[in-house]
Design a protein around this ligand. Structure first.
Ligand SMILES: [Zn+2]
Length: 166
């Protein structure tokens, strides 16, 4: 992923309300290893259910605000993240929903998806035994992950626009 600035982050969200933007917690951009990321994902304060997902679409930075469903999946089962397609213990995958909101408010609708609970798919696909994490395999998984994510954020963007009637 190409590096981003705080200013770019503030301007990139397609479904953030004014209040969410005012309270946007900044991720640690200086500590980020950009070469090892397909997208930037981070969560709000500890008690917050909000998460943020940002990626480049060509030269355009696209961000979506998501909200973790209250209560996790049933422990003891396996679950799969819809973006990185990693199968993990259910406690590490959550249902998140992107509300179709604009600066001035919420339309009441949302689009849901299962995501790694800490929004760190890029880290997940780089962890594991060597035969699963060769450079070629990581590149392929990374490309597929980004493609799925682009589809998701484009869907949120389109539906938000439609919900607002334009
Ligand atoms: Zn994931």
């Amino acid at each position: 992923m190409r590096e981003v600035t705080e200013e770019q982050l503030r301007a990139c969200f397609v479904n953030a309300t004014r209040r969410e933007l005012e309270q946007l917690p900044m991720p640690g951009l200086h500590e980020t290893i950009w070469d090892e990321r397909e997208y930037l994902g981070w969560r709000g304060e500890r008690s917050s259910r909000i998460g943020y997902i940002v990626h480049w679409r060509g030269d355009e930075l696209v961000g979506v605000v998501v909200r973790a469903a209250p209560g996790g999946l049933r422990p003891g089962i396996a679950a799969m993240c819809s973006m990185c397609h990693s199968t993990q213990p259910a406690t590490q995958v959550r249902m998140f929903s992107a509300r179709l909101a604009s600066l001035d408010g919420d339309t009441g609708s949302s689009i849901g998806t299962y995501l790694c609970e800490d929004l760190a798919c890029s880290h997940i696909i780089r962890s594991g035994p060597p035969h699963l994490t060769s450079p070629a395999r990581i590149a392929a998984r990374g490309a597929a992950l980004l493609e799925r994510l682009e589809r998701f954020t484009a869907r949120v963007e389109r539906a938000t626009r439609e919900a607002r009637g334009g």
